[in-house]
Design a protein around this ligand. Structure first.
Ligand code: ADP
Length: 263
């Protein structure tokens, strides 16, 4: 089966410094991959390229073998909560309906199917009771569920989640994992960035290890090798040996690299 997301030598520069450096990567349709790497490794930038928020300086990105722009409607992005502007007065229900926008289109009103999709998405994430609440009244976990509901209402082919397990309660983490299992059955390609290497290795079929460059991409056993992990995280790792090549990390959040190191 042809790869459904193709990065070919993609470079993104911010102030002349690379956030992504010649990243070449092909992710097959329906795969669930964790995206891991230290702070500043380019994980969010990778996602933003896929949703058209950041344009690469060089290289090409294709979805379903088409250049970006043609197929971006099918990509849904759940950003980190810190990146969401909560000052905008909008309810939970309206936020989720925004995920239906491409289905009902400009100048048209949502129809019965759109309303049903929103209702189902709220039920799946157990947030129906919050429908009329404003986003700025919600807890972190509730907000996360709203953005997950919006993402599934969108009926994406590709779902990108930026650090969905950070700072949310256990039941939201479980709801997120449950949703991922359902999306696997529906053949939705999923990329999830996470700092939790144990979770990446135990819950995902593949891992994309980034440090601006692509350090490794493959199954957890292929990627979680000492040489790959030390190339990504340097000396800040605490590795437990003797696990058949699978490293377990107790601490994995080194400070962002300095400008000199980043080059
Ligand atoms: P990660 O998600 O792995 O923490 P990011 O993709 O957010 O990494 O950032 C990669 C690098 O690009 C970092 O050095 C970050 O400071 C820089 N960067 C990201 N977005 C911007 C921006 N809008 N302007 C300038 N620098 C940016």
């Amino acid at each position: 089966m042809p790869a459904r997301i193709d990065f070919d030598k993609v470079t993104v520069l911010f102030n002349d410094r690379p956030a992504l450096d010649h990243v070449t990567l092909s992710i097959p349709h329906g795969q669930h991959a964790a995206v891991v790497g230290p702070n500043g490794a380019g994980k969010s930038t990778l996602f933003k390229v896929l949703v058209g928020l950041v344009t690469p300086n060089s290289g090409s990105v294709k979805i379903h073998a088409q250049p970006l722009g043609n197929e971006m409607y099918c990509v849904s992005y759940v950003p980190q909560r810190e990146e969401v502007d909560l000052r905008f007065p909008i309810t939970v229900e309206e936020t989720i309906m925004m995920g239906r926008y491409r289905h009902y289109g400009l100048l048209k009103a949502p129809d019965r199917k759109d309303h049903n999709m929103v209702k189902n998405a709220m039920e799946r994430l157990n947030i129906t009771r919050l429908a009329k609440r404003s986003l700025n009244e919600l807890s972190g976990g509730q907000l996360q569920r709203v953005f997950l509901a919006r993402a599934i209402a969108q009926e994406p082919h590709i779902l990108l989640m930026d650090e969905p397990f950070n700072g949310v309660d256990l039941s939201t983490q479980e709801a997120t994992m449950q949703l991922l299992a359902e999306l696997k059955d529906q053949d939705v390609t999923v990329l999830v960035s996470t700092h939790d290497l144990n979770m990446a290795a135990s819950k995902f079929e593949s891992i994309i290890l980034l440090k601006k460059r692509l350090i490794a991409y493959g199954t957890p056993a292929e990627v979680m090798k000492r040489e790959n992990l030390s190339a990504a995280f340097g000396e800040q790792l605490f590795l437990l040996d003797g696990l058949d090549g699978l490293a377990v990390i107790d601490h994995c959040c080194p400070p962002e690299t300095t400008g000199e190191e980043a080059r």
